[in-house]
Design a protein around this ligand. Structure first.
Ligand SMILES: [Ca+2]
Length: 491
């Protein structure tokens, strides 16, 4: 079709320019008459510089590296990619330099934080959901270097918290998960033999006994440690009195089942050594039975009349934890030899089958440390100094995002030398809200009355959050220049 036929004499001729402009904007794109794209580049560079300003502001507000990286990726990165791939060739020299400057600053931020990148998406997913956290107060760290037990202990104390303590079966499972596929040899844990034997219950449950509550029902003249080898306890039929006995003798036994509220005690009418009985009860129920008072003793005795005795969960050993934990949890591979105070093999390892045995302490072996999530730092610093200290030596100032974390924080804060202890809790006067510097959502709050919920007094500068080291141990808002102990997170 011939377009010219459509033009009539009274209409303008569209083939000649009506009005010439040096540039115009079309679909967000600046097109200039000389087709150099330079106007478009300078507009984008200005945008990138604005983003840079906000990035620096966020950095000044002590927001976490994770948030900074995320901000960078969402804003500046896309602009830069656009500029560099499409427009850079057409930029004038000044614009290229400006672009390079923006890019350099961003790259510094970006490189510093690169390690965090892989976590960004995970963190975002987690932080969107309040109250769902699988945090534990510690983690096990496997160290694949051969050291004797004492060297391993020093290493763990310097680098983490201490050699590994195992307080219960759940922690033992965590430990074995940590070791899975990592080693083919035995590894040291933080248990070694001391000089003083004491009576302990097989079921290591801190909540089972209250402080100072200790029921014993020994038969007259017992425990006598006859022959120096009686480290396990039976209940006799006379009536229900206890005797210390050789752990390798065969007796029926009583298991405890914590899941069964009506039949907690199970009498097993087959004979085993104490260690075999312990394994059997742990496998099928909870553990060998614990006896906390006369009522429980009567109930157990009622099930298990036996003149020669039935095993209960009480045993004697002198093993002690490197970190002073008083946990009575033991997971020996072969029982009786490991009880008592004999032999040269004074240090404990986890073997390939995931249970424990004892070796001479000068063996050179890999080992497992235990690292607590939170660390109280006994220096007295301002909030800003504390933040810098945590970020340089650990990971960050602590975020208290659940009641569980608050309970760990309370316990640590009680050991502080100052009235309050800094948390990673920060107030912004500009925007008037509180946030965790690590970027966790504020889902959980534990403010002391009159703190955190009102408009803050910004007269003497920014304010930060601290927890009390005694009393109700709730959070308070304090001027950032106070000098306090503080709690860092290790991971
Ligand atoms: Ca005895």
């Amino acid at each position: 079709m011939d377009g010219r036929a459509l033009f009539r004499a009274d209409q303008p001729d569209y083939r000649t320019a009506v009005d010439q402009v040096s540039s115009f904007k079309f679909l967000g794109l600046h097109i200039s008459s000389d087709l150099t794209w330079s106007l478009n580049s300078s507009v984008l560079i200005k945008k990138a510089q604005q983003c840079l300003y906000f990035l620096l502001s966020l950095k000044k507000a002590y927001l976490s590296p994770r948030i900074l990286v995320n901000f960078y990726r969402c804003t500046t990165e896309s602009i830069l990619t656009n500029c560099i791939s499409v427009w850079y060739g057409g930029c004038c020299v000044a614009d290229r330099k400006a672009l390079q400057r923006v890019e350099n600053v961003n790259k510094d931020t970006y490189l510093l934080l690169e390690m965090d990148l892989k976590w960004v998406s995970i963190i975002l997913q987690l932080s969107a959901v309040c109250g769902v956290s699988a945090y534990t107060s510690y983690r096990y760290v496997f160290v694949n270097e051969n050291k004797n037990w004492t060297e391993a202990q020093s290493y763990c104390r310097e680098t983490h918290t201490d050699l590994a303590t195992v307080n219960n079966m759940e922690e033992m499972k965590n430990l074995n998960t940590t070791l899975k596929d990592k080693t083919t040899s035995s590894v040291w844990i933080g248990l070694n033999r001391g000089n003083t034997g004491r009576w302990l219950w097989s079921l290591a449950d801190g909540g089972l006994y209250s402080e100072g509550e200790e029921y014993r029902n020994w038969y007259s003249g017992q425990p006598d440690n006859s022959g120096g080898i009686e480290y396990c306890v039976t209940m006799w039929n006379n009536p229900g009195k206890w005797n210390d006995d050789r752990c390798d003798k065969l007796h029926p036994f009583v298991c405890y089942d914590e899941k069964n509220s009506t039949h907690r005690y199970i009498f097993m009418n087959e004979t085993k050594t104490w260690a075999e009985a312990q394994s059997y009860c742990r496998e099928h129920f909870t553990d060998l039975v614990t006896v906390r008072n006369r009522t429980e003793n009567d109930e157990i005795w009622g099930l298990s009349h036996n003149n020669d005795g039935v095993w209960i969960g009480l045993f004697n050993d002198s093993w002690q934890w490197s970190d002073q934990s008083n946990s009575s949890f033991r997971y020996w591979r072969s029982g009786p030899d490991n009880y008592g105070n004999n032999g040269q093999q004074q240090c404990a390892v986890v073997t390939e089958d995931g249970q424990w045995t004892n070796l001479t302490c000068d063996n050179k072996l890999p080992f497992v440390c235990r690292q607590n999530k939170l660390v109280l730092v006994n220096l007295t610093l301002t909030w800003k100094e504390a933040l810098r200290y945590c970020r340089e030596n650990y990971v960050d100032l602590v975020s208290v995002h659940s009641e569980k974390v608050q309970s760990w924080v309370k316990e640590l804060a009680q050991k502080a030398s100052t009235d309050h202890v800094w948390l990673g809790l920060r107030h912004t006067c500009t925007l008037n809200f509180w946030f965790w510097v690590s970027g966790e959502s504020i889902c959980y709050q534990n403010w002391a009355p009159g703190n955190g919920t009102r408009v803050e007094d910004c007269g003497s500068g920014e304010r930060s959050g601290a927890v009390g080291s005694s009393g109700g141990q709730q959070w308070v808002s304090l001027p950032q220049n106070q000098q306090l102990n503080f709690i860092c997170s290790n991971y």
